[in-house]
Design a protein around this ligand. Structure first.
Ligand SMILES: *Cc1c(COP(=O)(O)O)cnc(C)c1O
Length: 358
């Protein structure tokens, strides 16, 4: 059977060379006579894989030495709890409410301390990033939490908030899709299943001077200080997930790194948005200046036509285009692993559908 173009928001497509390598290694990794899944996480063969994975991520993101890299379990959502449990020293934090995940992160943090919603675009159904210039940031927040790319609404920040407190960024749906200046952040964390690898893994970049003050009740596995001391191996980590993340990092390095893939991502997004802007049938839902490069949200304005489009597209091998229920319509998630050809095929299909249904 042929592979489809999978526009799923996550778990999402992996790059074909990554899947091919994993398939080739599945029974016997190198000369070990066993699969990576069967190796002790403490073995030399596995720690070599692990160390290279960390080193490659450091290279890709130009991560300075005063930042730690952690590979933790539980996805991004677990860190909605992990962030306040590790960082609320005085018990106060600022959150920017730019979408569903940003909202969920803030709601979870309220269980551990005082949460100030510095700005929100909730009343506009999150069609834009809130106004950061007139936001109500506190003087004494332990950190400022943002979700920089809003997976469900298809928006992304065009600039970071100008704040003193460390910025904690949920980067799940855009990490490694464009260059990020790591020094501008205190913490970057991302569930792996969008741009990195399989689900159940959270990749974290943490400024070392933020470690050392966890809440007394912080569970061991969520405790970044413990995990940093133990090299992400307080217990058995997600060994297979980390190995696959490593393959994705190798693939990205082989094609020129984050700057190179960013150019491709800009090209892909432009193909869809340019068409949306001239379309008589489809309309983008996110405000133009905040449009995401990763998640393109659009509607026809007619729920029946939307459903017909999603169904007809799937029959052409363009799958998982249904939008999130809070936005409706369609969403094309075009992460790093989505080839330009997949996007061209999508746009051609949209044109064809428009000609028949406008
Ligand atoms: C997908 C996603 C999450 C949730 O990730 P899990 O790994 O399922 O916990 C959180 N934040 C953002 C921005 C996401 O896109």
């Amino acid at each position: 059977m042929d592979r489809v173009y999978n526009f799923s928001p996550g778990p999402a497509m992996l790059a074909q060379p990554v899947l091919e390598k994993a398939q080739a290694d599945l029974m016997c990794y190198g000369t070990t006579g066993m699969s990576v899944m069967e190796m002790s996480h403490r073995s030399k063969m596995y720690t070599d894989i692990f160390d290279k994975t960390v080193a490659d991520l450091r290279k890709l993101m130009a991560i300075p030495d005063d930042y730690d890299v952690l590979f933790l379990q539980g996805g991004a959502t677990e860190q909605f709890s992990g962030v306040p449990l590790n960082l609320m020293k005085t018990g106060k934090a600022d959150y920017v409410d730019s979408g569903n995940f940003a909202h969920l992160a803030a709601e979870e943090a309220k269980r551990y301390g005082t949460v100030n919603i510095a700005a929100s675009s909730r009343e506009d159904n999150y069609t834009h990033i809130p106004d950061l210039k007139n936001a109500n940031f506190s003087d004494d927040a332990d950190y400022v939490h943002i979700c920089q790319n809003n997976t469900i609404y298809g928006t992304r920040y065009i600039e970071l908030p100008d704040v003193k407190a460390p910025i904690v960024c949920d980067a799940s749906s855009f990490i490694l899709s464009e260059p990020m200046d790591v020094t501008k952040y205190g913490v970057i964390y991302a569930g792996a299943q969008k741009n990195i690898g399989p689900s159940g893994l959270c990749v974290m970049v943490v400024k070392k001077d933020l470690l050392g003050n966890p809440n007394k009740l912080c569970p061991k596995l969520m405790n970044w200080t413990v995990q940093s001391d133990k090299g992400s191996m307080y217990n058995t980590p997600n060994t297979w997930g980390i190995y696959l993340a490593g393959l994705t990092f190798e693939w990205l390095l082989s094609i020129g790194g984050v700057e190179a893939i960013h150019k491709v991502n800009v090209e892909k997004a432009k193909l869809v948005y340019d068409f949306l802007d001239e379309s008589k049938l489809f309309k983008g839902t996110a405000q133009k200046e905040y449009r995401s490069l990763m998640n393109v949200t659009f509607v026809t304005g007619d729920a029946d036509k939307d459903a017909a489009f999603v169904k007809a597209a799937a029959a052409e091998g363009l799958v998982n285009l249904k939008g999130h229920r809070t936005v409706g319509g369609m969403r094309a998630s075009i992460y790093n692993a989505m080839p330009v050809d997949g996007v061209k095929k999508l746009v051609a299909f949209m044109k064809d559908f428009e000609a028949k249904n406008a």
